[in-house]
Write a protein that binds this ligand. Structure first.
Ligand SMILES: [Zn+2]
Length: 250
């Protein structure tokens, strides 16, 4: 298959013509960095029954199991570096073209590509550190691993003794309201809402493209497979996210 160069040229024009771009990214932007899409068929999340947030809270044994699973996954992907898609988006932010990045990913690669933290809205949190669920204190993963390996128990907050969990949003865990409010605000105030590498299947995140469109934004979708939103989008590119963005943003 050949790259859809006409569509990619159209995307470049849309970006050029827009004063405010909001990028919305999903797993597809990070697959070229060696981070598999855990939700895809055969992916890690389909092998285990996910641990619900309520189960995590309820039992120390379940917390220990959740941490062990997490480190297994983390050790496989922790050396990943930003890819072409991340670098292109970082460039749009540097130029003042993109106002922010909304991401479903927890891999910290937008930060590592140079996008300032305050311009990244992480809908599912961040997997590169941990937080106390009671007081919010940040804890490092190395510390959590040490606690587990040396004491055989799930880590407790060094400040207040509360339950410590990766700073991600688990199944059944409510999405923080301030994060959703920021994402809504960004979607409502952009001229181009650019979906990159997301199948837009996970709610409530998938409501954002519609919201952006309702407020007048042009909707462009770059994903290697069709999405349920393709029909209403102004431009659809079913092609590799990294390749598309590196050609459209020069
Ligand atoms: Zn605490």
């Amino acid at each position: 298959m050949k790259a859809p160069t006409n569509e990619i040229a159209k995307l470049a024009c849309l970006i050029e013509a827009s004063e405010t771009v909001v990028a919305f990214t999903g797993a597809g932007i990070s697959t070229e960095c060696g981070i598999p899409d855990f939700r895809s068929p055969g992916g890690l999340w389909t092998k285990y029954k996910p641990i619900e947030f309520s189960e995590f809270l309820a039992s120390p044994e379940t917390r220990l199991e959740a941490w062990r699973r997490y480190f297994k996954l983390y050790d496989e992907v922790c050396g990943a570096r930003p890819g072409r898609g991340h670098r292109a988006i970082a460039q749009l932010v540097r130029r003042g073209k993109a106002s922010c990045v909304i991401t479903q990913n927890i891999d910290n690669l937008h930060q590592e590509s140079g996008v300032p933290v305050e311009k990244i809205i992480e809908l599912h949190g961040n997997g590169s550190f941990a937080k106390c669920l009671s007081c919010g204190k940040r804890h490092e993963l190395d510390w959590a691993r040490h606690e587990i390996e040396h004491f055989g128990r799930p880590p407790r907050c060094i400040g207040c003794g509360g339950i410590v969990k990766t700073a991600t949003i688990s199944f059944g865990q409510p999405m923080p309201e301030d994060v959703m409010a920021k994402a809504h605000g960004a979607a409502e105030s952009c001229q181009l809402f650019l979906v990159v590498g997301s199948s837009l299947k996970v709610y409530p995140a998938a409501t954002l493209p519609l919201l952006a469109q309702r407020w007048g934004a042009v909707l462009a979708i770059v994903n290697n497979e069709p999405t349920d939103f393709d029909e209403m989008a102004d431009l659809v590119i079913n092609w590799d996210a990294g390749d598309t963005l590196s050609r459209a943003v020069v």
